[in-house]
Write a protein that binds this ligand. Structure first.
Ligand SMILES: [Fe+2]
Length: 308
């Protein structure tokens, strides 16, 4: 099948046409699309009128699917401000604030030791204005850092807490949520298992650097996230109905943008392919990582103090 590919972002993000994803494809086409995903990080397929079933068939070719938060027998999450009876949900409800946290930069499913590899999002109903989705190229951001900075950062471990982004959106976890999604360590710099390329791995769920004084780690995370989401690394996508996007969570961050939630429906259906393995070797408690990180931290922070 002849796919037409047009790069839309400065360093990543391509639009792909010439393929009908509502039909089962041949293996060569699925593979070709995977090659494009590795090359561009985010792919946009316009005008794909997918049902949930067709979206799952397409997604599943790339790996085992994650179940949704609400129902562990379902694989398609409905990210929507419309309730089942068709009315627009109260923007002040708990469900609304939970979803609104997705308006902060993140990579999907850092709540798992093996976080999501690929996410797929289908625009079933989109607002006429605003409500865009943005992606940031964390691989290009990493490559733009000076060599000595890269050496300092590579090897650091960051704790990710799903609740962190929720609190910022006004949603405090209840006890059951706290138990279900405990904080987890992930490397600050990830190496992509298929391309071998490195990328920063930092988003709104990252809270602090393991083994570092809390304030120093928070400041570093804030600095790197601001660096990686500068306009030169970001592409903004304005939704049209039936747009279908897939992205590589090992390389990019994303966030939704606000819209008039009380007025316009915004209904996006997501499927997600599981990660192939944990980002960290072994299964050690965070404290143990913290002890190992002390040495690295001391070297790093003493350099900082010398500079101050
Ligand atoms: Fe997301």
């Amino acid at each position: 099948m002849a796919l037409d590919v047009k790069q839309l972002g400065e360093t990543f993000f391509a639009e792909v046409t010439g393929v009908d994803l509502t039909r089962k494809l041949d293996d060569d086409t699925y593979r070709e699309i995977n090659g494009l995903l590795l090359q561009y990080g985010v792919l946009l397929f316009p005008d794909q009128r997918l049902t949930d079933e067709a979206q799952e068939v397409f997604s599943e070719w790339y790996g085992e699917l994650e179940v949704t938060f609400n129902d562990d027998e379902k694989f398609t999450a409905h990210l929507s401000n419309v309730d089942e009876d068709g009315t627009i949900r109260d923007p002040n409800s708990r469900q609304s604030s939970f979803l609104r946290a997705n308006q902060q930069w993140h990579s999907d499913s850092t709540i798992f030791q093996a976080p999501a590899r690929i996410s797929f999002l289908s625009g079933r109903e989109v607002p006429p204005v605003s409500g865009e989705t943005e992606w940031a190229d964390l691989q290009a951001a990493w490559e733009a850092l000076p060599e000595d900075r890269k050496q300092e950062l590579d090897g650091l471990i960051v704790e990710h807490d799903f609740q962190n982004s929720r609190i910022k959106a006004g949603h405090k976890f209840d006890e059951e949520q706290r138990k279900r999604w405990p904080p987890l360590p992930h490397p600050l710099v990830r190496t992509h298992e298929e391309t071998g390329k490195k990328a920063l791995y930092v988003g709104s769920q990252a809270t602090h650097v393991v083994g570092w004084p809390r304030d120093k780690g928070e400041a570093l995370i804030e600095e790197l996230l601001a660096f990686a989401t500068q306009p030169r690394f970001v592409h903004t996508h304005t939704w049209r109905q039936y747009d279908f996007l897939m992205w590589d969570n090992r390389r990019v961050n994303h966030r939704g943008r606000p819209w008039d939630e009380a007025k316009y429906p915004r209904v996006l259906h997501r499927t997600t392919v599981k990660g192939t393995g944990p980002t960290m070797e072994g299964d050690k408690p965070v404290d143990e990582y913290a002890r190992e990180q002390q040495v690295h931290a001391l070297a790093f922070l003493s350099r900082d103090q010398r500079a101050a």
